[in-house]
Design a protein around this ligand. Structure first.
Ligand code: NDP
Length: 330
């Protein structure tokens, strides 16, 4: 059974030499555990944080041990009540072909109800991130003008569409290519979108949001955050979901220079972690599941095949190779 190990903690952009795909004995499930043959692996930006030794909300990856991440697979051996061979489960033993996991930490998922990969994306962790961040952290309300960065990605594309479906007066997105911008406008129903690589973000945002913005959902940080503060309306809310533009920095990034604008706008900035919002999961699936099924909420996945390409898929997320959720199919 092959599994990915972290060999050394990357400095700046992760390099292939920092990792190895290792052949290991097939894990033996203990009491209360199941052996899962993984079918879909998730690669996510937050994993960059786990590659460093800095203390955070999840422990750093240990060197020379199997890395972890979200995965969906089929149970091939079960020593646990309530989980049968042939069941599919969502669990955290990703970055590998086979995982022995505690049945208590595995969630049964139904391949008939939705494609298995969606439990990692549009109906899974990234979907809940969009839902909780927009509705709870950013206190979205009907009529808001909403701006989201990383808008062609897994979280961002769902934030924009949720805002539209819930009655935003205007939905604006930014992304890193003209093709992605076209997708936002033509497929996801954004009212305006721009390519952040084509010019200063603040100017481009002002041009498409002449009356300002009420909500900014930040996936990117850096100049996007400063631009959003610059366009924030009275009582505006900024949800800090991620700051992918700084994840590979070796020096702390400079903060927004215009924070004082929050005083005059009575603006609010708040970070959040999806892990604190799983109480919303049932409501999220109840509300968003039907929109996904009806096609009112569209999603894309970029699927890379083969466990040996997991690292490339992860690096691809940092580079922006993906449109929608990046998935590895085994
Ligand atoms: P995405 O599917 O959005 O993939 C990441 C995207 O980031 C890339 O496709 C790329 O798109 C964009 N990107 C990369 N570098 C830059 C840059 N320098 N400036 C602007 N955009 C860049 O990933 P996710 O949807 O999984 O995650 C989105 C964000 O949400 C991340 O910041 C992540 O860390 C965060 N997150 C936070 C959670 C929480 O609990 N707070 C939970 C889940 C995710 P492009 O081509 O447009 O550049």
């Amino acid at each position: 059974s092959r599994e990915w190990h972290l060999l050394s903690r990357p400095v700046g952009w992760p390099k292939p030499e920092d990792f190895a795909l290792v052949e290991a004995p097939l894990p033996q499930p203990g009491e209360g555990q199941v052996l899962v043959r993984n079918e879909y692996l998730s690669v996510d930006p937050y994993m960059r944080g786990r590659m460093s030794s800095a203390r955070s909300y999840v422990a750093p990856y240990e060197l020379n041990k199997a890395m972890q991440g979200g995965a969906v697979g089929r149970v091939v051996v079960s020593d646990a009540e309530g989980v049968a061979v042939g069941d599919h489960v969502l669990h955290f033993g990703g970055w590998r072909e086979y995982a022995a996991v505690d049945a208590g930490h595995a969630v049964k998922v139904d391949p008939e109800a939705a494609p298995l990969s969606t439990y990692l994306g549009v109906l899974g962790m990234t979907g809940l991130t969009a839902y909780a961040g927009l509705l709870r952290t950013a206190s979205f309300k009907e009529g808001d003008v909403v701006f989201v960065s990383g808008a062609a990605g897994a979280v961002g594309s769902q934030v924009g569409q949720l805002a539209r479906l819930k009655g935003a007066s205007r939905v604006i997105g930014s992304a890193g290519s003209d093709e992605k911008v076209k997708l936002l406008l033509e497929e996801y129903g954004f009212d305006a979108a721009f390519n952040y690589k084509s010019g200063p973000v603040s100017e481009q945002l002002r041009a498409v949001a002449p009356d300002g913005i009420d909500v900014y959902f930040d996936n990117v940080g850096g100049d996007h955050l400063e631009a959003a503060i610059g366009s924030l309306n009275q009582g505006g809310r900024i949800a800090i979901c991620g700051m992918i533009s700084v994840y590979n920095n070796t020096e702390p990034a400079p903060g927004p220079r215009n924070l004082a604008r929050l005083i005059q706008t009575r603006g609010r900035i708040e970070g959040f972690l999806v892990g604190d919002h799983y109480d919303l999961q049932p409501q999220f699936v109840r509300e968003v599941g039907p929109w996904v099924r009806s096609g009112e909420l569209k999603y894309r996945e970029t699927v890379v095949e083969g466990v040996e390409n997991t690292l490339e898929a992860f690096l691809g997320v940092l580079r922006g190779d993906n449109t929608g959720k990046m998935i590895v199919k085994l």
